[in-house]
Design a protein around this ligand. Structure first.
Ligand SMILES: *[C@@H]1O[C@H](CO)[C@@H](O)[C@H](O)[C@H]1NC(C)=O
Ligand SMILES: *[C@@H]1O[C@H](CO)[C@@H](O)[C@H](O)[C@H]1NC(C)=O
Ligand SMILES: *[C@@H]1O[C@H](CO)[C@@H](O)[C@H](O)[C@H]1NC(C)=O
Ligand SMILES: *[C@@H]1O[C@H](CO)[C@@H](O)[C@H](O)[C@H]1NC(C)=O
Ligand SMILES: *[C@@H]1O[C@H](CO)[C@@H](O)[C@H](O)[C@H]1NC(C)=O
Ligand SMILES: CC(=O)N[C@H]1CO[C@H](CO)[C@@H](O)[C@@H]1O
Length: 476
């Protein structure tokens, strides 16, 4: 057993008392670092549809008709992208398909229809892209290894069989389309590469590229439908186009609205022997949440999810409503443990809204941090890119556990207590070195409250996990 494996071969037993003052219960939690799973790429969110302007402070959107001050703009950026907050490392930008820049549309880089797929398009870039250029730069300043995933919600309307970027429709040229203007697949691929080039000229590297968003839906805003066969029809054009370009950008597909909508699309792409063109299999969590792993050896990212219902609530634990922090702590943990994801992205990071899309609410010049933000932070702050998930098993239904070993040899163990009593967890390790162990508690009262955990020698330490709370144990 390696030193690291040794350090992490933990056996934890938990003594707990139930809420009715009854018998203390005990649980066994075993963390076995010799059993390793997927690599962790990171956590993040999007500020598409001009939501980046909310953080930038360039658009007054709340009824207060006031924007974030430069001070609070910096505060939000620091909360999102530095150790002061969640230390997120993935930003999902939106690639526009709209002909105007009216709020909250995403402007296309081909605002005028060139008339035919073979005509030379006139590319235009306003160097702002709904403040996403600014945000990408600010994020990168704070998070040098930031990963940017640029995703298109639709091709421009003139490339589609319904003539608009909205209301679904398909890219002309894929199976089932019969467009008078012809096959626009190459033109769309060229446009996406040109988008990457415009960002490169701003000094911003686009690491990942997506050409679909929720292709299982036709919505009133930018949307383009695609099954797996139609996605394959485009992948066979996009992949070589990107390969010929100077960019090393990797391809993501297909950002379906739910997990079960992705499964048949992946199978259809595999049937065409085109899975190799897709670096990351991507899906959202809305219509069907992450469940069992996809049948793929490629990495999987959950790239968009939030509880869209009103009203905004920053609460950790009240009635287990779908927007509460403790619920999201479990959503994130389940995705890593049960669905084998390598990344987990919220819909929005910070914006003004009346619902629960963002993790941080901007109202005029105020900044309100939800407990969902701190739930995410448990996974993004103590687990870092390149980490490996390692095996964590709990014998108690009340204690949900996961663990990751970081590239620097530190490890983070996430314990969520959904029960009504405090669990006094006695960790037993097979390791003799006394590591420095800190715990971080989040519940209704605290946000990542740090405590030092005493190492008792011979591989044991114990820590308390209060009822309805989440504690990260970080071994440094
Ligand atoms: C909002 O504020 C701006 C600038 O301070 C001002 O020009 C505009 O008239 C205001 N709008 C409303 C609806 O109050
Ligand atoms: C989990 O994902 C990795 C790729 O990151 C893959 O190699 C592995 O086979 C997946 N495991 C399961 C159970 O799907
Ligand atoms: C808890 O939930 C109840 C019922 O939905 C609601 O009336 C109350 O405002 C909630 N409390 C908090 C702090 O969110
Ligand atoms: C910034 O946000 C805080 C917290 O919401 C608020 O109290 C403050 O007035 C805002 N503005 C400045 C300039 O600090
Ligand atoms: C915790 O207590 C609440 C009511 O107070 C009850 O509805 C719930 O089932 C209990 N949860 C557990 C895990 O015992
Ligand atoms: C304006 C228009 O033609 N919209 C159509 C785009 O395509 C979708 C689905 O194919 C239709 O539902 C819309 O009516």
């Amino acid at each position: 057993m390696s030193l690291r494996a040794c350090l992490l071969a933990l056996v934890a037993s938990a003594g707990a008392s139930s809420s009715n003052g009854g018998h203390p219960s005990s649980a066994q939690v075993t963390i076995d670092a010799s059993k390793t799973f997927q690599e962790y790429d990171g956590m993040g969110f999007s500020q598409a549809f001009q939501r980046a302007t909310h953080i930038h402070g360039t658009r007054a959107i709340s009824p207060l008709n006031e924007t974030l001050s430069p001070k609070n703009s910096s505060l939000v950026l620091d909360l999102l992208f530095t150790e002061k907050g969640a230390n997120f490392n993935i930003l999902r930008n939106g690639i526009g398909a709209s002909l105007t820049d009216t709020y909250d549309l995403m402007l296309s880089i081909i605002p005028v229809d060139p008339g035919s797929p073979n005509a030379k398009p006139h590319y235009v870039f306003n160097h702002d892209d709904g403040s996403q250029v600014w945000l990408s730069k600010e994020a990168k300043k704070r998070q040098p290894n930031l990963l940017i995933y640029a995703d298109a919600w639709s091709a421009p309307g003139f490339m589609k069989d319904n003539g608009t970027e909205n209301f679904g429709g398909h890219l002309c040229g894929v199976t089932g389309t019969h467009c008078k203007t012809g096959d626009w697949r190459q033109a769309y691929a060229n446009m996406l590469v040109q988008y990457i080039r415009f960002y490169a000229e701003e000094g911003i590297k686009i690491d990942y590229l997506g050409f679909l968003n929720e292709p299982d839906l036709a919505t009133s805003y930018a949307s383009m439908q695609s099954d797996g066969t139609q996605a394959a029809d485009f992948l066979e054009v996009l992949y070589p186009t990107l390969k010929k370009s100077p960019f090393k950008t990797k391809i993501c597909c297909c950002d379906t609205a739910g997990w079960e909508e992705m499964r048949p699309r992946l199978a259809e792409i595999q049937d065409r022997n085109l899975e190799y063109t897709v670096d990351i299999v991507t899906s959202h969590g809305y219509d069907s949440p992450p469940s069992t792993p996809f049948d793929t050896t490629h990495k999987v990212w959950q790239t968009e999810w939030a509880e869209l219902n009103l009203p905004w609530s920053p609460v950790w634990d009240n009635v287990s409503a779908p927007f509460e922090g403790l619920v999201w702590a479990q959503n994130v943990q389940d995705a890593f443990v049960k669905s084998n994801v390598s990344a987990f992205l919220n819909w929005i990071g910070s914006e003004y809204t009346t619902g629960n899309s963002p993790l941080i609410l901007n109202y005029g010049d105020s900044v309100e941090i939800s407990k969902r933000f701190w739930a995410y932070a448990h996974f993004s702050k103590f687990v870092r890119p390149g980490a490996r998930r390692i095996d964590a098993e709990s014998s108690s239904d009340d204690l949900h556990v996961s663990a990751f070993r970081n590239p620097d040899g530190t490890a983070a163990i996430q314990v969520i207590n959904v029960g009504n009593g405090t669990e006094v967890v006695a960790f037993k390790t097979s390791h003799a070195r006394g590591p420095s162990i800190k715990s971080y508690l989040t519940n209704n009262q605290y946000d990542l409250k740090e405590s030092t955990v005493k190492y008792s020698g011979r591989g044991s330490f114990s820590g308390s996990v209060p009822a309805r709370s989440m504690v990260s144990f970080v071994m440094r």
